[in-house]
Write a protein that binds this ligand. Sequence first.
Ligand SMILES: [Zn+2]
Length: 239
Amino acid sequence: MREPLRLGVGAAAVALAGAAAYTLGAHAVAEGLGIGVVKRGPARPMVALTFDDGPDPAHTPRILDALASAGVHATFFMVGRKVDAAPAVARAVASGGHDLGNHTYRHRHLWTLSPAATIAEVDRGAAAVAGATGVTPRYFRPPWGTFNWAAYVRAAQIGEERVLWSVRPEGLLVAAPAARMVTHVVRRAHPGAIVSLHDSRGHPSTPEETCAALPGMVAGLRARGFEIVPLRVLLGGAP
Ligand SMILES: [Zn+2]
């Protein structure tokens, strides 16, 4: 009777090790070591602003207006389900000249999803963005910046560059007010910086504070000599 028990424990250990590799392993490679993932661009005097979790019918148009007033192109990592709910807002982002990224379809934490469910999330997210805007997203960012192996591999397979960030001003536990976000970004910006912002979700006040922070952020970055560019320029050198 002891043999089956030992086999059971062994199988459980193998399953646990597999699960750890699938989640923590991918996370360590992507976020810890930064292998195969972009967290900053080349060391040129450029900064990219990136917005996650939209499109949001209330906040995204205001953020688009603020960006247009400042003459800035940014990058939007969209949630497919929200694209389906507000396709006109997604189209407005694309027609504003901003870069589009895939932020999965339902914004589930990828550690809770099987490989098959993960691939479906990545593929459906990309399809929703492409379907609404006619633009195939070129970049992938997992929810909360957390990869599993299936997402890590699938994003590359469908031609999406994996992108995280190097500056995050919004506050983790408590929402940062606009003035503090401006100071944070302007102080911590560095050549090739990728700034993580949200045009939806986060803390309830975050998109509004982010919108209010944009003029000061842009002015402060420019005063430090940074050009503010979409990811295609930061990473690709495109004009
Ligand atoms: Zn997100």
